[in-house]
Design a protein around this ligand. Structure first.
Ligand code: SAH
Ligand code: SF4
Ligand code: F3S
Length: 453
């Protein structure tokens, strides 16, 4: 049986896309492997959001392609965002590379790679591919968003992602995503509901809806009873019997209206966690970032959501060292973090991306200042996050038990509705169940506890 190895860099959307590709290989009679020496096809699903992500994928593929021990027929391919933005030029970077497929072409990866492998193995196929041929498939395709719908059969899996929309029309000045993922396009609600029902009937308890600006789902549809297409989708999903938890990521302050805030009051399956990117606490920087709202609106939304759902955990993304960011702008960001009290935050150093307006702005910030700000902000973020986790010691939290802990086989790992990881003793609950856990301890970001009788 031929085997395929797929490595994924990037966001949850990429993980989801990888799953689609993997399930097509399984259906085609391949097995999935982690063994680099055994794989007949090696694919890397790539991310372009920061330079580091690209370097990581290029470095890894370079190493894989130069292994002297590799079987000569192995097919090497890049998929996803870096493929989309660098396309043909990747063949110059890595001579041994065979296939480059873009973000609208995930549904073709299996067919292209399979054909190439069979050609190389001299198998009888109708259209053999010449040795040394480069396959580059990065064209846009209408309706591609409806083709990311297959899931891996995973009997222990209790949590799944569903991509409900693709692309982004916002064009933040620092961001490459609109050019790698294309324009916003949403899937029909009926398809999403059918996918969710099927997952739930297979044992899934928790679904996370994915989109670059997930709350702009169906943005062209009219409001019904004051509720957007996104809120109506949340409502419909919450009605599925057997679905216990619903999450979504990432929302944006634009299009985040009262109806979505209110959803937290009447949809108990909607989890008490939101990952809500802030980017900066300075209006001047938000404007340079082309984020079309004032920071005050962001804080107002956080407060309104916490009023609707008092135990809501809020996590965020923040960029430090955006061009022109002064000490004063940075101070506003730190103060915002102190006021909002995030449960956690990803802090990113600004990374100039090709063909984005911010990359050519004056007043680029030097690496040393970026690093200093990154370090200073992380200290604040970590202090607040740790304090918020410690405050949970002594409480009882419902956790969805996901499986064995990666670090300690004597523990099971689950997550609270607030998305915090909790360790419990092995054997104290079954995988896929939701159990009340008395939190007894907290180290850094991990909670420990015992299942209540
Ligand atoms: N669509 C999501 C974000 C996707 S990218 C949203 O808008 O909410 C994830 C995060 O990467 C962003 O929130 C931002 O903080 C960060 N990011 C994007 N471009 C970046 C860049 N050029 N340099 C550093 N961080 C960046
Ligand atoms: Fe990038 Fe901004 Fe779109 Fe998010 S909203 S994907 S940060 S352009
Ligand atoms: Fe990266 Fe593409 Fe996701 S650039 S963050 S993998 S949408």
């Amino acid at each position: 049986m031929p085997s395929v190895l797929i490595k994924t860099y990037g966001c949850q959307m990429n993980e989801r896309d990888t799953e689609q590709v993997a399930s097509m290989f399984l259906a085609g009679g391949y097995e999935l492997t982690d063994d680099e020496a055994a794989a007949d096809i090696i694919l890397i699903n790539t991310c372009s959001v920061r330079e580091k992500a690209e370097l990581k994928a290029l470095g890894k593929m370079g190493l894989l392609c130069s292994r002297p021990t590799a079987k000569p027929h192995v097919v090497y391919g890049f998929m996803g965002c870096m493929s989309q933005s660098r396309a043909h030029s990747l063949f110059r970077d890595i001579a041994r590379l065979d296939v480059v497929t873009g973000t609208h072409q995930y549904h073709r990866v299996y067919e292209l790679c399979n054909r190439l492998l069979r050609s190389r193995l001299g198998m009888n196929i109708t259209e053999p591919i010449a040795r040394g041929a480069h396959i580059c498939s990065v064209q846009g395709e209408e309706g591609f968003q409806n083709k990311i719908k297959d899931h891996l059969p995973n009997p222990a899996g209790c949590s799944a992602f569903i991509s409900i929309m693709q692309g982004c029309d916002m064009h933040c000045s620092y961001c490459i995503v609109p050019s790698t993922r294309g324009e916003e396009c949403s899937r029909p609600a009926a398809d999403i509901l059918a996918e969710a029902r099927e997952l739930v009937s297979g044992g899934v308890k928790e679904i996370t809806l994915l989109g670059q600006i997930v709350n702009r789902y169906g943005k062209d549809e009219p409001l019904v009873g004051g509720r957007s297409a996104f809120v109506r989708l949340l409502e419909a999903l919450c009605e599925i019997d057997g679905l216990e938890r619903l999450r979504f990521t990432s929302p944006h302050p634009i299009g985040f209206r009262e109806d979505l805030v209110r959803a937290y009051t009447y949809l108990p399956k909607l989890c008490s966690h939101i990952h809500f990117p802030m980017q900066s606490g300075s209006d001047r920087i938000l404007q340079l970032m082309r984020r079309p709202y004032k920071h005050e609106k962001y804080e107002r939304l956080c407060a309104a959501m916490r009023e609707a759902r008092p135990d809501l955990a809020i996590t965020t993304d923040i960029i430090v060292g955006f061009p022109g960011e002064t000490d004063e702008d940075f101070r506003l960001t730190v103060e915002a973090v102190e006021r909002i009290q995030f449960d956690n935050a990803f802090v990113f150093q600004y990374s100039p991306r090709r063909d984005t307006p911010a990359a050519v702005m004056d007043a680029q910030i030097c690496l040393r200042v970026k690093e200093e700000r990154n370090h200073a902000l992380l200290e604040v973020v970590n202090r607040i996050a740790t304090a918020r986790n410690h405050a949970l010691v002594g409480t009882v939290q419902s956790i969805l038990v996901e499986g064995p802990s990666k670090n300690n086989p004597l523990r099971l790992q689950g997550r609270t509705s607030q998305n915090k990881p909790v360790m419990i003793p092995t054997g104290s609950a079954s995988i896929g169940s939701i159990v009340p856990v008395h939190i007894t301890e907290c180290t850094g970001f991990t909670l420990y506890g015992d299942v209540q009788a």
